[in-house]
Design a protein around this ligand. Structure first.
Ligand SMILES: [Cu+2]
Length: 228
């Protein structure tokens, strides 16, 4: 589910200027902003760095370069907890723990099972479709991660204070997406002007988030599953 809102900006003049510009000299601008989470009363945000910000050009998907990325298994956790890659990219899962893991995903569009392997070994999975895919371990129920696959080269994740910057974004019309696993993804129209920076501050609502146990790769509750 996506919430669509519109940024009221003063970029109308910039848009007019953009339309008059020759394509060959299309300017680039910096887009920056801050993402915050509205939490339940008494709770503070500790995972804002796990948010994802990306810009999708309205004129159609740009050509993206496939990446080779990595998400380690370390201390019975995925490091980092959220990884952003472009469509078609592969992510390696090196096991840095002294015990075994079994990484899998049952998410439609990103289903895989890397089976059980131990310390020092690594396997990879390719992500061909866009989306935010939860990744789990079949042995350790508390190991959760997300791979966010985007069809644009303009993506980033915020610093600990929620601030982010995307440099060298070609001027034009975009959809700005702000994602966090504990909130509804926000989508806003944004115009990147050729002459100056665009500042976008967004607050996502995490108050409705409820933690839910996920099932293992066979669709069975971890409490009832045979460990091996
Ligand atoms: Cu594990």
């Amino acid at each position: 589910m996506k919430v669509r809102t519109h940024i009221v900006t003063s970029f109308a003049l910039a848009a007019t200027a953009l339309a008059m510009m020759p394509r060959i000299t299309l300017a680039q601008g910096a887009v920056s902003g801050r993402v915050l989470l509205q939490e339940k009363p008494g709770e503070t945000t500790t995972d804002i760095v796990a948010a994802v910000i990306y810009l999708v050009p309205k004129g159609g998907a740009p050509r993206v370069t496939e990446m080779k990325s990595q998400m380690a298994m370390n201390g019975r956790a995925f490091v980092p907890h959220v990884r952003v890659v472009t469509t078609g990219s592969s992510i390696e899962y090196p096991n840095q723990d002294v015990f075994s893991h079994n990484i899998f995903s049952t998410a439609p569009g990103a289903t895989f099972d890397l089976e059980t392997y131990g310390n020092g070994k690594s396997k990879s999975a390719q992500f061909k479709k866009t989306g935010a895919f939860p990744i789990y371990c079949n042995i350790h129920s508390k190991m959760t991660a997300y791979v966010v696959v985007v069809n644009t080269p303009y993506f980033t994740q915020p610093a600990v204070d929620g601030r982010w910057t995307l440099n060298s974004v070609p001027a034009g019309k975009y959809e700005l997406h702000v994602w966090h696993e504990r909130a509804t993804e926000m989508v806003k129209d944004a115009i990147v002007a050729s002459t100056g920076a665009v500042n976008v501050d967004v607050t996502l609502d995490a108050r409705g988030f409820k933690f839910a146990e996920h099932k293992n790769k066979l669709g069975i509750s971890y409490a009832n599953a045979i460990r091996y």
